[in-house]
Design a protein around this ligand. Structure first.
Ligand code: C2E
Ligand code: CA
Ligand code: CA
Ligand code: CA
Length: 273
């Protein structure tokens, strides 16, 4: 099957037919969704180990599809990345999340995921700057989460863009650390502010001594490099007890991702204005 460049397909191998058609439909629907506000954002708290309080929220996009119901990002972000729709999707998330966060009281931090694909297309730095300026959110309250994918296709370009963004006061976190190639040289090439230990290690930590040693090694690496360390996917009190060397923790044990209104009166005074 071959894309005609407009999101349609002009030729099908019989075996590819169903899959290609499904993907083309999803892509067309997603285009609609971005235009017609079918996307929404849930927020998951990041809790400080020392403060014991919610210090920020990670924005996680969802798609309220008119007929298929709620679709999770793992089922549509890859489609957006392959089609280039990630540029509009990413900009929508960034603008909406910054607008939300600008109203939070107390003024907690906001984390937004950036796809490596966004670095290949439009000027992400410009998109970030505009979202901050239009929302009034100070750059110091924004943190962008990137994966090592940013370094894989064009490391120089990825680093240059991240440096420009970081120079404006926005912090940069390395997401999903420990998966993929996870080279330590990334930390020599770019001054990350934070590292998020992938949840697969947290999941295995209690019954697998190798996973536990890796978590401990990342925590001490973070100390040596002056990086904040976040453990994601914390689901139990036992896991939390083992993660006291981290800066922050995130996971279902603390709170699942929820619509921001759910934090009204507990974490935020008045999140919705
Ligand atoms: P991620 O950035 O690693 O986000 C963490 C994922 O782990 C979220 O899944 C979250 O709901 C889930 N999670 C949090 N705590 C726990 C836990 O205790 N246990 C388990 N099993 N899972 C937990 P979600 O929301 O389905 O997002 C999946 C991925 O989709 C994200 O992984 C991120 O890579 C991507 N994504 C989400 N929103 C965006 C976005 O706005 N832009 C981009 N580019 N990617 C996004
Ligand atoms: Ca993330
Ligand atoms: Ca992650
Ligand atoms: Ca992930």
């Amino acid at each position: 099957a071959k894309a005609d460049g407009r999101g349609g397909y002009r030729f099908f191998e019989p075996a590819m037919d169903a899959i290609a058609r499904e993907r083309a439909t999803l892509e067309a629907d997603l285009r609609e969704a971005i235009e017609h506000e079918q996307l929404l954002i849930d927020y998951q708290p990041l809790v400080g180990i020392e403060s014991g309080r919610v210090e920020g929220f990670e924005a996680l996009v969802r798609w309220q599809h008119p007929t298929r119901g709620l679709i999770m990002p793992t089922d549509f972000v890859p489609v957006a990345e392959d089609s280039g729709l990630i540029v509009d999707l990413g900009e929508w998330v960034l603008r909406r999340a910054c607008t939300d966060a600008a109203r939070w009281n107390p003024p907690l931090r906001l984390s937004v995921n950036l796809s490596p694909a966004q670095f290949g297309y439009a000027d992400v730095c410009e998109t970030v700057a505009r979202a901050l300026a239009d929302s009034g959110l100070p750059p110091q309250r924004l943190e962008l989460e990137v994966t090592e994918g940013v370094f894989i296709h064009d490391a120089k370009r990825g680093i240059a863009i991240l440096e420009r963004i970081r120079a404006t006061g926005v912090q940069i976190a390395m997401d999903d650390f420990g998966t993929g190639y996870s080279s330590l040289s990334y930390f020599r090439q770019f001054p990350f502010d934070k590292v998020k230990i992938d949840r697969s290690f947290i999941k295995d930590m209690l019954h697998n001594s190798h996973a536990r040693s890796i978590v401990e090694a990342i925590i001490s690496l973070g100390r040596g490099l002056n990086l904040q360390i976040v453990a994601e996917g914390v689901e139990t009190a036992e896991q939390l007890a083992q993660l006291q060397g981290c800066s922050q923790v995130q996971g279902y044990y603390l709170s699942p991702p929820l619509p921001i209104g759910q934090f009204a009166g507990s974490v935020l005074v008045n999140p919705q204005t």
